[in-house]
Design a protein around this ligand. Structure first.
Ligand SMILES: NC(=O)c1ccc[n+]([C@@H]2O[C@H](COP(=O)([O-])OP(=O)(O)OC[C@H]3O[C@@H](n4cnc5c(N)ncnc54)[C@H](O)[C@@H]3O)[C@@H](O)[C@H]2O)c1
Length: 340
């Protein structure tokens, strides 16, 4: 495969996952990077042997770069993605794609008009356990699906919010425990359950000194007739692994982080459960590894190089933002919100 060269925009925590992943992919390389913070940029460029760009304009205009990974605070994703697209660069945007459905829609439209591809990081979709659960659901073995729940009782300490002041702000994080930490569970829930048609919610800031919520609970109604709940917090000590529970009239499957914890199907021996794992990401932000970023970026390179849209494109990335924004609206108004 020819060399597929990435530029990295934003050299903070998650950029190292992108860089470590790219280094593991044959035929891919990190060409250069930019960060407003000189120290972060220098450290990154030295570690990954990347060209240090003096401005984001130079990075996105470079003829040596095929795609840019946007690893900036979430509130900057929209403008950064639009700039990359207008410079005819393919883009990998960290989650969330943007902070509103309208912004996500504009990114999809702009990419189409400029003939480039966009992928939104949702690395869990590339996990074996997630694929097994999806397969079980699609096989119909769970009977009539009745409940779809995502329970994300995480802990983040005050040092987490202090270390990057954009976190927990409406302008730059677009929300709190749900938009930042919970979005992965929301994406999986809609992937497993299908379209959400209405939501109701309560949202509170109970523990942390932040603008956005640290504790949220929502009730969902799905197009398939099932109902469910989402709980998303950064206020629950010591923090627990993300649980996704899909229940039906003939069986139940429970995914805890990246492990199938329960798979009870009528008339079948339970053979698909995984061994229990240590759920480090429930209480620590660095508790994830880059193997699923490797899988998503590999898929991105393969599809884009053959002129095809990647699996998790802007429209796919928009789905979780649609649900989250509807939940925030429901919590703020105290009313049930219907999704289009
Ligand atoms: N996929 C995942 O599991 C996962 C995990 C963590 C974070 N994220 C996402 O990654 C994104 C970044 O999060 P993070 O934890 O790496 O944040 P961070 O604060 O560690 O890093 C952000 C970087 O952007 C730089 N920056 C800020 N404004 C800039 C600007 N105008 N121009 C250039 N650089 C600028 C900062 O100096 C910093 O180095 C967020 O959107 C977050 O939601 C995803």
């Amino acid at each position: 495969m020819d060399d597929f060269r990435f530029g990295i925009w934003g050299c903070g925590l998650i950029s190292t996952f992108h860089a470590d992943a790219i280094k593991q992919i044959e035929g891919a390389s990190i060409y250069g990077a930019f960060d407003l913070n000189e120290e972060s940029k220098d450290k990154f460029c030295e570690k990954y042997d990347a060209k240090s760009y003096a401005s984001s304009d130079e990075l996105v205009a470079s003829k040596n770069i095929d795609a840019v990974c946007v690893c900036l605070p979430s509130g900057l994703h929209y403008n950064a993605a639009m700039t990359c697209i207008r410079n005819r660069k393919h883009v990998v945007i960290e989650k969330p794609i943007a902070l509103s459905s309208e912004q996500a829609e504009n990114i999809a439209q702009e990419a189409k008009e400029n003939g480039v591809f966009v992928s939104v990081i949702s690395q869990l979709r590339y996990s074996d356990a997630v694929n097994k659960v999806k397969h079980i659901i699609d096989s119909g073995k769970l009977g009539t699906i009745t409940l779809g729940n995502a329970i994300m009782k995480y802990w983040r300490g005050p040092e987490y919010y202090a270390s990057s002041t954009w976190r927990g702000t409406w302008e730059m994080d677009g929300g709190g425990a749900l938009m930042n930490q919970g979005i992965h569970g929301v994406d999986l829930l809609q992937y497993f359950m299908g379209k959400v048609v209405s939501v109701s919610a309560y949202s509170k800031t109970l523990v942390h000194n932040i603008q956005t919520e640290d504790t949220l609970t929502a009730i969902l109604e799905y197009e398939n007739g099932a109902v469910g709940t989402i709980q998303a917090t950064t206020s629950v000590s010591p923090g627990y692994g993300r649980r996704i529970e899909i229940c039906g009239s003939k069986g139940t499957v429970v995914l805890c982080e990246d492990t199938i914890e329960t798979c009870d199907i009528e008339g079948e021996n339970n053979t698909v459960c995984d061994e229990k794992q240590d759920f480090a990401s429930a209480s620590r932000v660095d508790g994830i590894d880059c193997s699923l970023h490797v899988a998503q970026l590999k898929d991105f390179i393969k599809t884009v190089s053959s002129g095809q849209s990647p699996w998790i494109d802007a429209c796919e990335g928009k789905k979780s933002v649609d649900i989250i924004c509807a939940i925030y609206k429901a919590a703020q108004t105290g009313k049930r919100v219907y999704l289009k």
